[in-house]
Write a protein that binds this ligand. Structure first.
Ligand code: GAR
Length: 208
């Protein structure tokens, strides 16, 4: 059974999708053992507590330097015996030290079809604003392994979603979550916990 540690900063609807999948028995080889929030006000913490999942709050701004913050986060991950780290709406860029300690054990959900509308500055509603401004007809979500460059790691799963002409960033965000994020994140977590993912260069192979 793999220990899944979920890192959050906000509403936690993706965390909820993972909790729901676990309750339905859809992640048989994994257990959400801890939720770590960068924000003490995050509603994701309420969702974790309501479901009996231990929580920790590790806020970057309460540490003097990026290095001391990174060391605190890393220590927490070691203490939790994390096998898989899921960034579910986590709005802090992880230091290389953490990426190196957990190579191909950290996955992120991003609300677009990478490599479009991703990288530095593309997060949350900003992604959907940029999508609407560019006028693309298709967007979606991507689950990928995390490497040293923002949104650049090997792609595990992607799901396209139609953009409607009368969409607002908010309506589009909701559709992308419902039709893509909340489906592919639990699927990717299950595949990881079932040892079905193999990274070869930039490509993730999924075992039958
Ligand atoms: C989600 O749409 C997630 O894909 C996005 O933030 C939202 C968090 O919602 N993540 C990023 O933009 C990361 N670059 P949630 O807290 O309800 O899961």
């Amino acid at each position: 059974m793999k220990n899944i540690v979920v890192l959050v900063s906000g509403g936690g609807t993706n965390l909820q999708a993972l909790i729901d999948a676990q309750k339905k028995g859809l992640i048989p080889n994994g257990n959400i053992s801890c939720v770590i929030s960068s924000n003490p006000e995050a509603y994701a913490l309420v969702r974790a507590k309501e479901n009996g999942i231990p929580t920790r709050i590790i806020t970057p701004k309460s540490y003097a330097t990026k290095e001391t913050y990174t060391n605190a986060l890393l220590e927490a991950l070691f203490q939790e015996y994390a096998d898989l780290i899921v960034l579910a709406g986590f709005m802090t860029i992880l230091d290389e030290k953490i990426i190196h300690a957990y190579r191909n054990q950290i996955i992120n959900i991003h609300p677009s079809l990478i490599p479009s509308f991703c990288g530095q500055g593309f997060y949350g509603l900003r992604v959907h604003e940029a999508v609407l401004q560019r006028g693309v007809k298709l967007t979606g979500a991507t689950v990928h392994f995390v490497n040293e460059i923002a949104d650049d790691g090997p792609i595990i799963l992607q799901q396209p979603v139609a953009v409607h002409p009368d969409d607002t960033p908010e309506t589009l965000q909701k559709r992308v979550m419902q039709e893509a994020e909340w489906k592919i994140l639990p699927q990717a977590v299950r595949l990881f916990c079932d040892n079905r993912l193999e990274v070869r260069g930039k490509t993730v192979w999924i075992a039958e």
